[in-house]
Design a protein around this ligand. Structure first.
Ligand SMILES: [Zn+2]
Length: 187
C-alpha cells in the first residue's frame, strides 16, 4: 500500500476511478487514497473533483495528520497466546476492583472494534490487540468489564471508567491512532 494522497505541487489531486452500478457519483477514502466511484453513465471525474475540492482537501489533511502520528507508533510483538495471558491477568485484576466476573475470553479478528462484551459476560478481544502496549490492553479490558455493569456509554458508564482512568479520553485517543496504524498502514 502506498500513501501518496497529498495534493501534488501543481495543485492536482491524485485519485483513482472505479465504475459501479450506482446512481450517483461517490467519493471514498477507504485506504487513505481518493477513490472516485462513478456510475456507468458518463460523468466527468475532473468536474467532480473541482466541485468537491474543499471537502477533499479537508479529508486529505485529516488523513495525512493521522498517518504522520500513527506511523510513529511502536508496535509490540506478542503472540496470540501472550495476548491471552496478558488479558487474563488484567481480567483478574479488574474483577476485584469492579466486582464483576467474566465468563469466557475469546480472541479473534474483528473488523470494526477492539473488543466487545456480551450479556453473558463473555469478552471478545480483537487479535490486533497483540500489537498494543500493556497500558492500552489494560484499559480496553477495564472498559469492556465496565460494560458488564452498564451496557451503554452512559454517564454512569464513564463514571465507572473514571474511577480507574480519570484521563480515559487520552486512552481513547491513543486507541484511535493505533487503530489507524494497524488497519490503515502496513505493519
Ligand atoms: Zn464501550
Amino acid at each position: 500500500m502506498q500513501y501518496k494522497s497529498k495534493i501534488r505541487r501543481d495543485g492536482e489531486i491524485p485519485y483513482i476511478v472505479k465504475y459501479r452500478n450506482i446512481k450517483y457519483p461517490r467519493l471514498e477514502f477507504r485506504t487513505g487514497e481518493l477513490v472516485l466511484v462513478l456510475p456507468h453513465n458518463g460523468h466527468n471525474p475532473e468536474e467532480i473533483i473541482k466541485k468537491h475540492r474543499k471537502w477533499i482537501e479537508g479529508k486529505l489533511k485529516f488523513i495525512s495528520d493521522h498517518i504522520g502520528r500513527s506511523s510513529k507508533l511502536k508496535l509490540k510483538q506478542r503472540s496470540v497466546e501472550e495476548l491471552r495471558s496478558a488479558v487474563s491477568e488484567f481480567v483478574e485484576e479488574h474483577a476485584e476492583m469492579l466486582c464483576v466476573n467474566v465468563n469466557r475470553i475469546y480472541i479473534r479478528k474483528m473488523k470494526s472494534k477492539w473488543a466487545s462484551c456480551s450479556v453473558r459476560k463473555n469478552i471478545t478481544i480483537n487479535s490486533l490487540m497483540r500489537y498494543l502496549p500493556d497500558s492500552l490492553i489494560r484499559y480496553i479490558v477495564y472498559h469492556e468489564m465496565a460494560h458488564i455493569i452498564e451496557r451503554k456509554h452512559t454517564r454512569r458508564f464513564w463514571r465507572a471508567i473514571e474511577r480507574e482512568y480519570k484521563n480515559y479520553s487520552e486512552y481513547e485517543k491513543d486507541l484511535f491512532f493505533y487503530w489507524f496504524r494497524l488497519n490503515r498502514l502496513p505493519r
